[in-house]
Design a protein around this ligand. Structure first.
Ligand SMILES: *[C@@H]1O[C@H](CO)[C@@H](O)[C@H](O)[C@H]1NC(C)=O
Ligand SMILES: *[C@@H]1O[C@H](CO)[C@@H](O)[C@H](O)[C@H]1NC(C)=O
Ligand SMILES: *[C@@H]1O[C@H](CO)[C@@H](O)[C@H](O)[C@H]1NC(C)=O
Length: 168
């Protein structure tokens, strides 16, 4: 019947939208996790971050042992200064969710690790930037201006559409 197949496809769309809105989870550094990089390859986290696309709602998981992770500001990142972290965690399994677009700076809080390259910049795109605009583009977006993430209005419009299709 036309009715059931159309409501099925709407359900499918709805599920897809909800799934996308819940965000992806990335494991920092892949299977190696969050460790001091090898001395001959200190850029592993910058490379890892540049090979992934992060959007608002996505999260990253840090897995480590006898170490810690801090979110710091740009200055703290450049100088490996761990005295004023925005976020600190040392539970070995830290999940960090990006609630807004922009640049996020992470360093290890363990003594000497940041200097050895255990640090990372993640650039998070707003959900409007679906296409291949360069990450630096986010400087032009006013982070604080969106009270509701775009995905919320998307979901609402799909729910309205779904309900409407049931009524018809
Ligand atoms: C770093 O050194 C290790 C062992 O010495 C070697 O296996 C690896 O290929 C080197 N990596 C790079 C990027 O040179
Ligand atoms: C680290 O940052 C704090 C706060 O901004 C500052 O007081 C301190 O001097 C800095 N330490 C170093 C080594 O730069
Ligand atoms: C960002 O906000 C400021 C003030 O809140 C405004 O002057 C500026 O034009 C905005 N920039 C963009 C790109 O919307």
């Amino acid at each position: 019947m036309a009715f059931s197949s159309s409501s099925c496809s709407v359900l499918l769309i709805l599920t897809t939208v909800l799934y996308c809105a819940s965000g992806f989870e990335f494991q920092v550094g892949g299977s190696k996790g969050w460790v001091v990089p090898p001395a001959n390859d200190t850029n592993i986290y910058l490379e890892w971050a540049s090979h992934n696309r992060f959007q608002v709602g996505d999260s990253i998981r840090f897995k480590y042992q006898k170490d810690s992770v801090m979110e710091v500001d740009e200055e703290g990142y450049k100088t490996c200064n761990s005295s004023l972290p925005i976020m600190f965690s040392n539970n070995g399994n830290t999940l960090f969710t990006f609630h807004h677009a922009g640049s996020f700076y992470f360093i290890s809080g363990a003594s000497g690790h940041c200097q050895k390259g255990q640090k990372m910049i993640v650039r998070v795109l707003s959900n409007d930037d679906k296409d291949d605009s360069p990450p630096d583009h986010d400087k032009n977006n006013n982070d604080s201006s969106s009270a509701f993430p775009p995905q919320v209005s998307l979901i609402v419009s799909h729910i309205v559409f779904f309900v409407a299709s049931l009524v018809i």
